[in-house]
Each structure stands twice: as C-alpha cells, then as structure tokens.
Design a protein around this ligand. Sequence first.
Ligand SMILES: [Zn+2]
Length: 414
Amino acid sequence: MTSRRPWSPARMMVVVVVVITAVMTGLGTASCAHDDGATRSDRRGSSGRSEPTKPDTTTRPDDDVDAGGGIPARPASLDPQRTLSIHLLDVGQGAATLLEFPCGAVLVDTGGELNASFDSRSALKAQLDAFFLRRTDLNRTLDSLIITHPHIDHLRGVPTLLQDITVKNVVDNGDPGDDDLVRNEMGVLRGYIDTHQTGHRSIRADDIVKRNGLTDEVIDPIACHDVDPVIRVLWGGLDHDPGWGTDNYGKPRFANQNNHSVVLRVDFGAASVLITGDLEDVAIRGLITRYEGTRWLDVDVYQAGHHGSANGTTKDLVDATTPALALIAMGDPLRQHAWTAWAYGHPRAGVVKLLEDGVQLGRPPTEVLVAKGVKRFTGRTIDRAIFGTGWDGAVAVDITNDGEMSVRRRQRGR
Ligand SMILES: [Zn+2]
C-alpha cells in the first residue's frame, strides 16, 4: 500500500483552470499557423467522438509568453522554493525532460528528431537557452544529465548541449551503443566527462538494491534548502538475459537497448514522477515484479514509456503507477519522414486509451491524433490529463511539494 493521498475534486479544478489559461494563450492560433493553411482536422480520419469545445480566444493576452521556450510563465501564486517544474521539451520524435528544482536542474535525455522539417538540436538549444535566460542563478549548469539509453532519439542533442552548458554529473546505463552515430555521440559525452571532472555513474541493474532502487551523490546531486528532492534509479542495464525471448522480428529482446533504459523516480515532498525511458513490455514486467509491494512505482506524473508506443506502457504499469497526469514525448505525426512519430505510429491508440482510463485528472477537451498503426492515424478528442509534445508542443507541469499541480503548454506555431 502507499501513503499517497487520493486526488480531490479541488485539485482536479486546479489543473483544469490553469490549462484553460494555457489554451487561451496558446491554442487559438495553432491550427492555421502550425499547418500552413490546412487545419489539423482537415487531415484527420473520422473522429468517432463529438467535436471539442472551442476555446474562447477573445481574451487571449498578447504577451503572456515568457522566455521559457514559448511556455507561459509559471503562475506567480506558486512558491518557487516549493515547486518542481517538469518541462517536457519539444524535441520532436525523441525525448528530453528538464526537471527544474528550486536550486538546480536535471536533464533526462536530449532528443530527438532530425529531418527536412525539424531539427531537434536547434529546438533543444533554443528551449535550454530560454530556460537559462530565466534561471540565471543556475549559471548555465545542469547538475545532472541522465541518458536513459544509447539511442539517437535520446542522444542527438548531446554535442550541441555540451558546447556551452556545464554538466556536473552524468548518469547512463553503461552501454556505448550499437551503431556508429550513437557511439560517436556517446564518445563525445565520455570525452567531456574525462576532461571536465564530471561525476559519472553507469547504472547496471545488478547494482540496484532489490526493491529499494539506487541513489547516490551522482544520481542525486541536488540538495535544495526548503524541499530536498530525492532522485532514485529503479532500473538500468542488465548483464544477463532473464529469458525475454525474441520480438516479432526474431531479434532477442535482450539485445534491444530500450529494455536496458535507466528508469528514474523523483520525489519532491509529496510529489513524484516516473520516467521509464523506452522500456518495453518484457522489461516493464520485470520492473513491476521487482517493486511489487513497494511504493516506488506509485507516482503523480508518469512520462509514458517509449513515446507512447504499443509496447511502452502496459495496463499493469498504469495500475501500479496510478498517475494523476501522464506525459508523452513524441513528434508531430504530420511530419511524414522516416524515424518520426508518423513512421512509428506514436502514440498508439491503445496506449492512449490505457492512460485515459488510468489518469485521475482531466484537461479541456482537445482534438489530437492517435495512431492505429504505423503511418495510420485517426482523430480523437481527449479530456483526460494526458499531454504530449506531438499534440501540445512543449509542456510544463508545475507540482508543489504538497502535490498541487498545474500545466502550461507552449503556444504552437509561433
Ligand atoms: Zn526513444
């Protein structure tokens, strides 16, 4: 059993009200600006659901967008010393999650997508530049950079980032990667570690204390005055195949780096976040078994694994996490290139349904695209608290140490 309190109706309203603010500041211009003349709904299949309520854009403030990469400013009512902001940065198809603490910052993965329509390297740089412009007290320093696993959609921003941002600690799964591009980016990171006295910890699952996770001064270098967050690793690289067998393509699942992702839990007072990297179903089963009967998987915010893929979130995991809100790091499915959300079919409709049934909070009804399969999408209206970069652009979740939560979204098309 866990000690987490159930979400009260009052808290549900907190999220909804602030999201409406974000919608009014952000969504009003999205359809035409983003799609270059054609609305998003024009390109969709049949929705099967009623039309969403259109946001009232007439009260849209002109300049309610700060230097946070286009994300509206954090509400002034939130005490910065008691608030964690989870910035799901928009790196297209990929992942990069910036955890903003009162006294520091941790970046989990660096994205992302690269094609004729989108360059995640410049997108990441712009968002980090805006962040550090606002948080000048951090002196362009990340207390920790965590690479969940060596795949390019989590690594591509590393060389750009290291050009002018200081990284004090690095956490990875200890594997140099499978191909030349990834090995090159990992080599850049290792070279930086060697020349900058950077703390470094490679997480091997065997090192993790069974049922308790693992933390130390490299994994958790943040020590804030009022609320001291706890960063804990729950999963990492495995040395022996637990008997995972082969996937649909005949490839051993053990050979897939996704299943060796560093899994991260962050506690900030009563607030908690789980990031599972690209862990797939067989490894998710192992994760659940390992922590069964503990409170370590039960969180407020769940960043859906593997960009919302069909194998990145299971019902058992949703049941174990009981999230109030879910985030999905994926690209815009309207960009039809190789290695995109469109090409992979992310997020999958079935996973979105699992999350809709599982999350405890709501959001204003919003039309989104969900995948029926690779390169096949359909429209859907969601009213549960699921936010995705492919739908919303960058998203920031502010959560206080006593668990109050609000959401800001980037204004798309600007
Ligand atoms: Zn990935």
